[in-house]
Design a protein around this ligand. Structure first.
Ligand code: ZN
Length: 343
């Protein structure tokens, strides 16, 4: 892992590498962009470049200093993140905390960081602080952090990684060099998901589309639901208004949890879009291995009906966000779809 190995973010990487080459690295950066697109990897890469004794200004990614940064073990690179995140990453246990681990970065954490930054670097001349999920700093923490930004300790680089920058004080944002990270190209996400999760190409492509250009989200998708993709679609298309039993079973199976129901709805939304594309004679199906079924459904389904399906899928997705039983939401949607089907 080095800065050069961050993929799919050429503009962000060019900006950082140019700053490193010309020795004009800011004292504070805000890495902004959606979850799972490489912001944190880039932050680690920048920290390596700033501290690596082997390849100063580049980062070799292989020396003990570089390796320890990624593991959070470098004495001059301080990580700050919400307690909940530390638990999620296995860096702390739930029992380490008296109450529920906080979802916020608290002011005590920022004070602790300030104490560490006041000390001299132990191994490298430069100290680095990585603030993960910086948008979770509560107001007191942000105000405390602002002091550090206003009077930055010498030889220190602060890197804020944030997915929702509008939750940061404008005064914090304006004092950081901003680096924007966009969604990753779908093909790139598909390729990586295919490698890392051993999916067949159509499933990997679909996972990439479902994740909207976020590799993190694509890797986190429920594999079981994805593996059942063909099943879900073919069973959905086989549902008929005169036979309620398969419909109820469908809702029961895929409505077992909110996550599963959400994924099933996303799959069916993409599928409906595929059918509409086929109907309009356009290419670029997400479910590229189900072309034949898409042709068949397109031939027997009116365009108005496809619009209606789309609207009902969207309504069900909205309903899931609010509350109630996922199974009942699916049932209601399917009944609405089938009972008044326009053909
Ligand atoms: Zn190194």
């Amino acid at each position: 892992m080095t800065l050069a190995s961050v993929v799919g973010q050429p503009r962000a990487m060019d900006a950082l590498q140019a700053a490193l080459r010309s020795g004009s690295v800011h004292h504070a950066y805000l890495f902004a962009g959606p979850e799972g697109v490489g912001k944190e990897l880039a932050a680690v890469g920048l920290a390596q470049a700033l501290t690596c004794p082997e390849q100063p200004g580049v980062g070799c990614g292989a020396c003990p200093s570089c390796l320890r940064i990624g593991k959070g073990l470098h004495p001059d690179v301080t990580w700050v993140m919400p307690d909940e995140e530390r638990v999620a990453r296995g860096l702390a246990g739930r029992s380490d905390f008296t109450g529920t681990p906080s979802r916020e970065i608290r002011v005590e954490q920022i004070r602790g960081l300030q104490e560490r930054l006041a000390l001299r670097g132990l191994e490298s001349r430069r100290k680095v602080a990585l603030i993960v999920s910086a948008q979770t700093m509560n107001v007191q923490a942000q105000n405390a952090f602002l002091k550090t930004l206003e009077e930055p300790p010498s030889d220190t680089t602060l890197i804020l990684v944030a997915s929702a920058v509008d939750r940061l004080l404008p005064t914090i944002r304006s004092r950081c060099g901003k680096v924007h990270f966009g969604p990753l190209p779908v093909e790139l996400v598909a390729q990586r998901v295919q490698q890392e999760r051993r999916l067949d190409p159509p499933t990997a492509a679909l996972a990439a589309v479902m994740a909207g250009g976020s590799l993190g989200r694509a890797l986190g998708l429920d594999l079981e639901v994805l593996a059942q993709r063909k099943d879900i679609i073919t069973r959905f298309e086989a549902l008929r208004p005169d036979n309620a039993l398969p419909l109820l079973r469908f809702a029961e199976e895929y409505g077992a949890s909110r996550e599963e129901a959400e994924q099933a709805l996303t799959l069916l939304t993409l599928w409906t879009r595929d059918v509409a594309r086929v109907r309009a004679g356009a290419g670029g199906m997400a479910n590229m291995d189900l072309g034949e079924l898409a042709q068949e459904v397109a031939a027997r389904t009116h365009e108005t009906e496809l619009h209606r399906r789309h609207a009902l899928l969207e309504r069900a997705q909205g309903a899931l966000q609010r509350n109630g039983s996922p199974r009942l939401h699916l049932e209601r949607m399917l009944l609405d779809m089938l009972m008044r089907e326009v053909r």
